[in-house]
Design a protein around this ligand. Structure first.
Ligand code: PLP
Length: 381
C-alpha cells in the first residue's frame, strides 16, 4: 500500500530492512541496537556520524550544536520558552520600570497556535512577561482560515523580544513559507527575515517538524533554535532533533535563582549539550533509523536532490487539485481500494490531506495524481 500519513509517516523499505537486521546485530557487535549500551563506543560513533550527516547536508555552522532529544514538537513548545526566558533573565537580570520580557508569536496555523497556548500557560503567573501576537494569518484571510502566509506589511515584531516563534510548515493547514527569502530578494510568501530587529543575536525559533530535511533551511545561521520531531521524514517517533545556537545553552539553574521559571533537566539545552545528547538514555532505535535514513539520503544525492524530487511531487499534486477545482470536484473516496492509506484530512479541518514526505516515492505520488484525474473524469462526465 501507499502511505500518505502526516506522521508517523512512511519510511524507506530498504532502511526498514536494514534496521530490522540491526535489531539483531548492531554494527557487528552481536548485540541488537535496542539492547546495546547507549554509551558503547559503537553507538557513540553512530551518533557522531548521524550528527555529521545532518551538519553536512544542512550546512550547520560551527556556532550551532545539533542535539538529540525526546518529547517531540510538543516538548519543544515548552522547552523554547523555558530556555529562552532563562537566557533573557541572565542577560537582563532586573527590569527597569515599564520594561517587559516579550515573547513574539507568528500565527499561521494550528501548531503555532498550540505553541502560543503552551507559552501562555507557562508564563501566565510570571510578572513582567508578555506574549505578543506578531500576526494572526487567519484574521487576514478572506476565508477566515489559516490558508496562506500573511503579507509582510501585517507583521508587528517587538523591538527587543526574548523569543520569536514561527512554524515553517503548518502540517494541519498545509501552509508553508516559501524558501525564496533565503536570498536578499524579499519574497512576500517567505518569512520576513528583513523585518526582524537588527544588530543582535536573534532569539528566533522555528518549528521544522514537518519540513526538516525536505529542503535546505533558509537563514539557518540566524536562528537561535530549530527543532523537528523525527517521525515525518527521518525516523520512528521518539526522537526530536534540535539545532541550537551556542548562546542559548544557558545555565537554567542560575537563571532560576534570579527569578526565571525552573527548567526540568531533560528540557534544558545546556544539560543536553553538556551530556553530548546522552545525559540520560536516548531513543536509541529512533536514532539508529535516523542515521540509516540520512546515510541513504546522502547516497542518493543529498538534500538538494530530495528538494528537487519533493518539488516535483508537490507541483504534480497541486496541478491535479487545480484541475479538479476548475471542474468543481473534490471529495476523497475510493482511494482505499487502490491501496492508498491515510488520506483523510486532520480531524480539525476535514477534507483530504496527502503528506508527501521524503519516503513517499515520486511514482507513488503519480498514482495518487492519476487517481485524482480519474475521479474528476468520473464526476464530470
Ligand atoms: N509541530 C508541527 C509542525 C507538527 O506537525 C507536529 C505534529 O504533527 C507537532 C508540532 C507536534 O509534534 P509532536 O507530536 O512530536 O509533539
Amino acid at each position: 500500500s501507499i502511505n500518505f500519513s502526516a506522521g508517523p509517516s512512511a519510511l524507506p523499505p530498504s532502511v526498514l530492512a536494514e534496521a530490522t537486521a540491526g535489531l539483531l546485530d548492531f554494527a557487528g557487535t552481536g548485540i541488537g541496537i535496542a539492547e546495546i549500551s547507549h554509551r558503547s563506543k559503537e553507538f557513540m560513533a553512530f551518533l557522531d556520524e548521524t550528527e555529521a550527516l545532518i551538519r553536512e547536508q544542512l550546512q550547520v555552522p560551527s556556532t550551532h550544536r545539533v542535539l538529540f532529544a525526546q518529547g517531540g514538537g510538543t516538548g519543544q513548545f515548552a522547552a523554547v520558552v523555558l530556555n529562552l526566558l532563562a537566557r533573557d533573565v541572565l542577560v537582563r537580570p532586573t527590569l527597569a520600570e515599564g520594561e517587559e520580557r516579550v515573547l513574539d508569536y507568528v500565527l499561521t496555523g494550528s501548531w503555532s497556535k498550540a505553541a502560543l497556548k503552551e507559552a501562555q500557560q507557562l508564563t501566565a503567573a510570571l510578572p513582567g512577561v508578555r506574549l505578543n501576537t506578531v500576526v494572526d494569518a487567519k484574521a487576514l484571510s478572506p476565508n477566515n482560515a489559516y490558508d496562506r502566509t500573511p503579507p509582510h506589511s501585517a507583521y508587528n515584531f517587538s523591538p527587543d523580544p526574548a523569543l520569536i516563534f514561527y512554524c515553517e510548515n503548518e502540517t494541519v493547514n498545509g501552509v508553508q513559507f516559501s524558501k525564496a527569502s533565503e536570498s536578499d530578494v524579499v519574497d512576500e510568501t517567505g518569512f520576513p527575515f528583513h523585518l526582524l530587529p537588527k544588530g543582535k543575536l536573534l532569539p528566533l525559533v522555528a518549528d521544522y517538524s514537518s519540513s526538516f530535511m525536505s529542503r535546505p533551511i533558509p537563514r539557518l545561521a540566524d536562528h537561535a533554535v530549530i527543532y523537528a520531531g523525527a517521525q515525518k521524514n527521518i525516523a520512528p517517533a521518539g526522537l526530536t532533533i534540535l539545532i541550537v545556537r551556542e548562546d542559548c545553552l544557558v545555565d537554567t539553574a542560575a537563571a532560576a535563582l534570579l527569578g526565571a521559571p525552573p527548567v526540568p533537566s531533560v528540557l534544558s539545552y545546556k544539560y543536553l549539550s553538556d551530556g553530548k545528547s546522552v545525559p540520560n538514555t536516548p531513543p536509541v532505535f529512533s536514532i539508529y533509523v535516523a542515521g540509516l535514513v540520512l546515510r541513504r539520503m546522502k547516497a542518493l544525492g543529498g538534500l538538494e536532490a530530495f528538494e528537487d524530487v519533493n518539488r516535483r511531487k508537490k507541483e504534480s499534486v497541486y496541478r491535479a487539485i487545480r484541475e479538479g477545482e476548475e471542474r468543481g470536484v473534490f471529495r476523497g473516496k475510493g482511494a482505499g481500494e487502490r491501496g492508498m492509506k491515510s488520506l483523510k484530512g486532520h480531524r480539525s479541518v476535514g477534507g483530504i490531506r496527502a503528506s508527501l514526505y521524503n519516503a513517499v516515492e515520486e511514482e507513488e505520488v503519480e498514482k495518487l495524481v492519476e487517481y485524482m484525474r480519474e475521479f474528476v473524469e468520473a464526476e464530470t462526465t
